[in-house]
Design a protein around this ligand. Structure first.
Ligand SMILES: Cc1cc2nc3c(=O)[nH]c(=O)nc-3n(C[C@H](O)[C@H](O)[C@H](O)COP(=O)(O)OP(=O)(O)OC[C@H]3O[C@@H](n4cnc5c(N)ncnc54)[C@H](O)[C@@H]3O)c2cc1C
Length: 476
């Protein structure tokens, strides 16, 4: 726990209620969504950019590592406290600073809940496009730090594509403004793109100017059942080779479907409820279904029939069992609730989920899915795969029992094989969840030594004392 004299300095800056070392608070912030915990020395709740800058200055003075934190929903250990660190939570920085529909932008503090940005934008006929499955509770600062994305990324891109500028405090205490407020910007180096996805290792983001875009007039969903993973992956490839880009193209394998069917989940409440779902992606599927695609089209109402016709055409092929459209808005909501609940639903298969977030070029997706199937059989592990197929991004979940040493050893071997397979197929380790503590040992397999060295040097420029999220993102 932080020595009283140092705690008093933070309390003088933030107020005693916002510099906490009580056991309950320390316990609450000892973990994020990733398995494992580490009790921090203190938890700080700054409420302004100036207070964040003050916290960094004090941390530098006392050589204290800082673990930045949004909602703690990350699943690579990014917000899990580094030993000896203070957690700096952005929860109290949750103001909308400016909403400017005329210029299609919004300025927000990092603690604003992701979904609330989209909700506000919709009141002016606009939308904030990035839609991570955790958007009902994740904070925009966490999304920016991880370059989060969701189903809509296939058409609209990832968080990085929707940011005009940032305000931040670097690890050496310097205060930065990057980018601007305009949709075109070619001035100076693009530090905005550098900070996005840097996982809190270069600077603490204290404000973001985000791009908004016109909300689509209409959205239509399709649910398509296939007799095999291969047939579904072939359909994904056909879709991505024709000109109509869907606004979502999600894949679920057989185990994912079983997980939803068996364990109905409420994402709204972010709470698991056992029992069958009332309606979901899994209900009433055609007999023999081994894989499901959820596809969405959006745009002006008069253009929807053309888009649906093109998508249906591409979806038809060997192994198609059933293609359904015409869902009611409530049914569409339930389809997506079921899909977005998968991250939690799979945990009922085994207590520990080793959650990978790999990406391959879309044309190699079928090979990846087949390889994963073979690995599951070889290593005798239940593996659940689902994800953003239109981007070639699969969440591959190895379900294990942590107290079963043999199973854990098999999972380790399987994990390495998975990473090697993904890289052989021309892919990458992470599409959206980031690296954190969980995947950094694999980085040298993907990133060349000189590039990795440059990344380390860059980190030292921003944070020479290494106080921001040490032990995360890059290998030691
Ligand atoms: C059920 C579920 C579904 C999910 N679905 C998706 C999905 O569809 N797409 C997706 O991309 N992710 C998804 N995730 C992962 C996670 O929600 C995202 O990574 C999200 O962006 C994390 O936001 P957060 O506010 O919880 O951040 P945290 O987990 O608290 O932090 C994430 C990282 O950001 C850093 N950080 C936080 N705030 C700041 C800041 N202001 N400045 C600098 N660094 C900061 C932290 O140190 C940490 O490294 C899912 C997670 C769960 C549990």
């Amino acid at each position: 726990m932080l020595p009283p004299a140092i705690l008093a300095e933070f309390a003088a800056l933030l107020g005693t209620e916002r510099a906490r070392t009580d056991a309950d608070t320390l316990a609450l912030y000892a973990q994020d969504e990733t398995p494992g915990r580490c009790t921090p020395e203190a938890v700080l709740f700054p409420s302004s950019h100036e207070q964040v800058a003050g916290c960094v200055r004090l941390a530098l003075k006392h050589k204290l590592p800082i673990t930045p934190r949004g909602a703690g929903s990350g699943n690579v250990g990014g917000a899990q406290p580094t030993p000896g660190s203070v957690v700096l939570s952005f929860e109290c920085m949750n103001r909308i600073v400016e909403f400017d529909p005329a210029n299609r932008l919004i300025v927000v503090e990092p603690g604003v809940v992701t979904q609330d940005i989209d909700r506000l934008a919709r009141t002016a006929g606009l939308m904030y496009a990035p839609d991570p499955g955790s958007g009902a509770y994740s904070r925009i600062g966490g999304n920016l730090a991880m370059n989060a994305a969701g189903p809509r990324a296939v058409k609209y891109g990832v968080t990085r594509d929707h940011v005009l500028g940032l305000r931040a405090v670097a690890g050496d205490g310097r205060e930065l403004r990057t980018g601007g407020r305009t949709s075109k910007y070619a001035t100076g180096y693009d530090l905005t793109r550098l900070l996005i996805g840097s996982e809190g290792t270069l600077a603490l983001i204290t404000e973001a100017t985000l791009k908004l875009m016109p909300a689509p007039e209409r959205t239509v969903s399709l649910r398509v059942c296939y007799a095999s993973d291969t047939a579904a992956c072939a359909a994904v490839q056909r879709i991505m080779q024709q000109p109509v880009v869907p606004s979502a193209l999600e894949f679920m394998d057989r185990r994912s479907i079983e997980a939803i069917t068996e364990y109905g989940v409420s994402v709204e409440a972010n709470v698991m409820r056992s029992g069958r779902s009332q309606f979901g992606a899994a209900e009433g599927l055609a007999p023999g279904t081994e894989a499901v695609l959820m596809v969405e089209a959006d745009g002006p109402a008069e253009d929807i029939p053309r888009q649906i016709a093109a998508l249906e055409n591409a979806l038809r092929g060997d192994g198609l069992l059933e293609l359904q459209t015409g869902f009611t808005p409530a049914e569409i909501q339930n389809l997506w609730t079921a899909r977005k609940s998968l991250s939690h639903a799979v945990k009922k298969i085994a207590p520990l989920k080793i959650n990978e977030d790999v990406v391959v070029p879309v044309s190699r997706l079928a090979e990846l899915v087949a390889a994963i199937d073979a690995m599951g059989t070889l290593h005798r592990l239940p593996i659940v795969s689902f994800g953003h197929a239109g981007n070639g991004n699969l969440h591959v979940n190895l379900m294990v029992h942590p107290d079963d040493e043999d199973e854990m050893a098999r999972a380790e071997t399987c994990l390495r094989e998975l990473v090697e397979t993904v890289l052989r197929l021309g892919g990458t380790l992470s599409g959206e969840h980031g690296i954190g503590t969980k995947k950094r040992q694999f980085l040298p397999l993907e990133i060349e030594p000189d590039t990795l060295t440059l990344m380390r040097e860059l980190r030292r420029v921003f944070d020479p004392q290494g106080i921001l999220n040490p032990g995360k993102k890059l290998p030691d």
